[in-house]
Design a protein around this ligand. Sequence first.
Ligand code: PLP
Length: 404
Amino acid sequence: MKRTNRQLGPMTTAIHGGEKPDPATGASAPPIHMSSTFVSEDVAGFSAHDLDDTGEGFIYSRWGNPTVAMLEQKIAALQGTEDCLCLASGMAAATAIFLTFLSAGEHAVVSDVSYAGVAELARETLPRLGIDVTTVDMSDLDAVAAAIRPTTRLVHTETPVNPIMRLTDLEAVSDLAHKAGALHSCDATFASPIGMDPSALGVDLVMHSITKYIGGHGDAVGGAIAGRADLIAGLRKEAAIHHGGVLSPFNAWLIARGAATLPLRMKAHQTGATEVARWLEAHPAVTRVMYPGLPSHPQHDLAARQMTNFSGMMSFQVGSAEHGRKLARRMIDRLRVVHYAVSLGHHRSLIFWMETGPLMETSFRLKGAQCASYKEFAGEGIFRLSVGLEDAEDLIADLEGALG
Ligand code: PLP
């Protein structure tokens, strides 16, 4: 299968990457191949070890499916990598990375703050399987270097990190990981392939919850990992064929349709978010806004160097946890445009209250300097706001009605 790795502009790549007119009918739009199995032209084996790494030909949809392959090639082209594997969710993608590249007795260095599901997987599931995990503030490069051991096989980062918008210097962490002979995987969901080029910064495995910006419309859950062909082939054998959490062709089709407008949407997300972030920053009820595109973000210089789009993701604080909780209740009652709901990266704006105390007890369990760094970015709690594609003045009026 021909791979189109960023030979065309991002808008052209988003539309045409992975696609071609249907050879059977000439259909210009990609078909949905809702077939679990494929008629074989040869007598072939049926083990993961028989998988043909060229990606030509299909046997069974857990191994590969033409509609899912179309999306995989579109994401690989957008992300500028040799290949990509799509799975049933972002969590399936994170699990695939950990369980493919780590074995009992080996060690992983994982960001001390991350999407909560990944944080709990790293703290609960991996140790249960005999995999040692050290959680580290990835903005502290000395701490990353100190955490690496002879048995370290994987360094896993997330930037900008959910939910506090702290950034990681990907090039510096890649250097540290590679010097130790470890792989560097990065969850780039918040930035999308338009907002960052992690593989150019040495990241080996670029992970996305494609439920978010890549799909963009809040109607399908999925995950993706983009990287070198040999790494993706290993992931396909282990995570897709053996663990089995594959993406439905219908979801792949929906997500590919969303991905076709990703560059255009990301520009609009950034424009709307910049306007909303500036307005929030000037609002008397708001004590702090964290948006990498604002000069007030503590790592704005790194953001400007590493990011090519600041996306629609931000967090803001309103003072005490009690006040935050009260305001969250008022938002549920009063917001008419912004949905009070989890998730992000959709065309609809979404907001959710995330209180520091309870998160420290459940997902993150940080102490000392790590807890202090979290609080530097999040105080007693934050509203995580995903600015969608509505008119910024309508979002501002809606938020004004709730903030009072
Ligand atoms: N990574 C990040 C940064 C996320 O925000 C999420 C979900 O919110 C995930 C991973 C998990 O993705 P999914 O919900 O598609 O499993």
